[in-house]
Design a protein around this ligand. Structure first.
Ligand code: CA
Length: 220
């Protein structure tokens, strides 16, 4: 899952990044509205965390531009305390959720997870696809037999992306973009290695290879 964090408070960004990365998100950051607006229009994100008080272009304007340009990714806005009207304006401008500063990182993570799940039509508290259930908190997967299987960080990121996009043809490039950080050396051959490891853990039947095209996670 790839997130965009638009926040001009560098201290807050510095605090949030490790938590977001531990939760298995590749995160791009922008510290002003202009750069944030550009990234949100040019890259594909699974969710965006958008501060409203931003230099150059304010958050409401950024959100308005995205929605006008048919950018439909889930957006959670960050608002200052006691500014109820900002929340209302944000929701009217197309925000999906909001958090008031100060907040606990755990709450942000829970809301982001819920937003991403819902945007993929998952209504339960855990991601389910095929006969598998993904436990995002413990980064494990439950098979039909009920025994939790431990996943490494990368296996977890990959499986989560597969399960939320089951039935879709996913190219190695797309998988790489949604699994690794921007500065990571994006070697899409590594995806083959991780797919093989995932198959060894969860069974071969779930991930189908389409030669020269990518993979399809089958909702069996
Ligand atoms: Ca701010």
């Amino acid at each position: 899952m790839r997130l965009l964090l638009v926040e001009d408070d560098s201290e807050l960004t510095r605090l949030l990044l490790p938590d977001l990365e531990r939760a298995g998100y590749a995160v791009d950051t922008a510290d002003n509205g202009e750069d944030g607006c550009f990234l949100g229009e040019s890259e594909t994100y699974d969710a965006v965390i958008l501060d409203l008080g931003l230099p150059r272009i304010n958050g409401l304007e950024v959100l308005g531009r995205w929605r006008k340009n048919q950018r439909t990714m889930p957006v959670l806005i960050l608002t200052a305390r006691d500014t109820w009207h900002e929340k209302v304006q944000g929701l009217k401008a197309g925000a999906d959720d909001y958090l008031t500063k100060p907040f606990h990182p755990e709450e942000l993570l829970a809301r982001i997870q819920a937003l991403i799940r819902r945007s993929h039509g998952q209504l339960d508290s855990m991601i389910q696809s095929a006969s598998l259930t993904l436990d995002e908190e413990h980064q494990t997967v439950l098979c039909e037999s009920g025994q939790p299987i431990e996943l490494t960080g990368t296996e977890f990121r990959l499986l989560r992306y597969f399960m939320l996009n089951s039935g879709k043809l996913l190219s190695k490039t797309r998988l790489t973009e949604h699994i690794y950080d921007q500065d990571f050396d994006r070697d899409s051959n590594l995806i083959e290695v991780y797919v093989r490891r995932l198959r060894d853990k969860i069974g071969r039947q779930f991930i189908e290879t389409r030669r020269g095209q990518g993979y399809v996670f089958k909702d069996l």
